[in-house]
Design a protein around this ligand. Structure first.
Ligand SMILES: NC(=O)c1ccc[n+]([C@@H]2O[C@H](COP(=O)([O-])OP(=O)(O)OC[C@H]3O[C@@H](n4cnc5c(N)ncnc54)[C@H](O)[C@@H]3O)[C@@H](O)[C@H]2O)c1
Length: 316
């Protein structure tokens, strides 16, 4: 890829900030739009231009005029499933209307590629078969999942009407350094933080619920592949490996060298039981496959939280 002008929304957030680092590392010019609602200034790459702005702000037009991006990578979102249940209209405002405002700018600017952070966990709902491929029925059971499905539908419209070249990446459960350990999502971050700080980790329910934990470095690689590809459509990004929350607890405990027994709390109402993705299409269309073993990704994550806790990093 030659040097390109790339606009990353959500570039102060967990996944978006890793993505900005990778684009800059590959020699691209990057501009970030982020309202810092959950993103952090500390995550901002100093080599990126930063516009502290909501997607909903009319000044988004001025950003496009100034940056003239050829690529738009859309990671800004209200990313909490629980918050979407508490405030469906607020979620739709950011995740649907905000996305449409961005899409309108992207098509007016005739961008070469639009990459969208979608979800494979929340879009399929409780799965009929395992792992789910892209043909699995979409039955989102949260406003968050419904909004992501809706934006994918709009993307189809923009491709048909305006020839917008887009790829929607349906992520499994993403984990890694910089994930918020104090939110409701991100069980890896929550457990890692608790284990390095000697807190008590609570498992919601019996811990037998499963997820497809995918390392953020692999997610970034999928984005780089999508940026360079002509593939128009949606592709799952996951490992195909199902891990129970209880097994995850044991793996993080080993990575952290912690001596902690889990405590069990009430199950989250409406929580999905099993979620795992088949990413064969991403292999075929994007040349992408997951490369990071769960134990390696967890070690990197625990090391990050240990360093953040200020005890000088890993001891071994
Ligand atoms: N973390 C996961 O497991 C996962 C799984 C599937 C999809 N995703 C998607 O990936 C993307 C990034 O998620 P994340 O986990 O890094 O979350 P995050 O909360 O760390 O990042 C979201 C970023 O968007 C910004 N933002 C929110 N509303 C905005 C608005 N109106 N205008 C401008 N910026 C706004 C936030 O400040 C934040 O920096 C989201 O679209 C999310 O839905 C994440």
């Amino acid at each position: 890829m030659r040097n390109m002008k790339i606009l990353v929304t959500g570039g102060a957030g967990f996944i978006g900030s890793h993505l900005v680092d990778a684009y800059i590392g590959a020699g691209h010019d990057v501009a970030i739009v982020d309202d810092l609602s959950t993103g952090k200034r500390a995550n901002l790459n100093p080599k990126a231009a930063f516009f502290e702005l909501s997607l909903l702000d009319d000044k988004l037009k001025d950003v496009f005029a100034e940056v003239r991006p050829t690529i738009v990578n859309h990671h800004a979102a209200q990313a909490s499933v629980r918050r979407s249940v508490d405030d469906p209209a607020g979620d739709a405002n950011v995740n649907i209307i905000g996305s449409l405002k961005l899409l309108e700018q992207a098509r007016s600017a005739a961008v070469r590629k639009f990459v969208f952070a979608s979800t494979g966990g929340a879009i399929y709902g409780e799965q009929d078969y395992f792992p789910a491929d892209e043909a699995h029925p979409k039955r989102p059971v949260s406003p968050y999942g419904a909004a992501k499905a809706s934006v994918e539908t709009y993307l189809g419209f923009y491709a048909a009407e305006y020839n917008l070249n887009y790829t929607a990446l349906r992520y499994a459960n993403v984990y890694g350094p910089r994930q918020d350990p104090f939110g409701e999502a991100g069980v890896v971050a929550i457990f890692s933080q608790q284990m390095v700080s000697g807190g008590q980790a609570i498992i919601n329910g019996d811990g037998r619920q499963t997820r497809d934990f995918t390392y953020v470095g692999d997610i970034v690689a999928a984005n780089l592949a999508a940026t360079a590809s002509d593939f128009i459509g949606a592709a799952n990004i996951g490992t195909g490996v199902e891990t129970s929350v209880l097994a995850l607890f044991g793996l993080i405990k080993a990575a952290a060298g912690a001596d902690l027994e889990p405590r069990f709390g009430p199950a989250n109402p409406g929580e999905q039981e099993r979620s795992v993705l088949n990413a064969g299409l991403a292999g075929e269309k994007l040349g992408w496959r997951p490369r990071t073993a769960l134990t390696d990704g967890l070690r990197a994550t625990v090391d990050f939280f240990r360093a953040a806790a200020g005890d000088g990093g890993p001891v071994d």
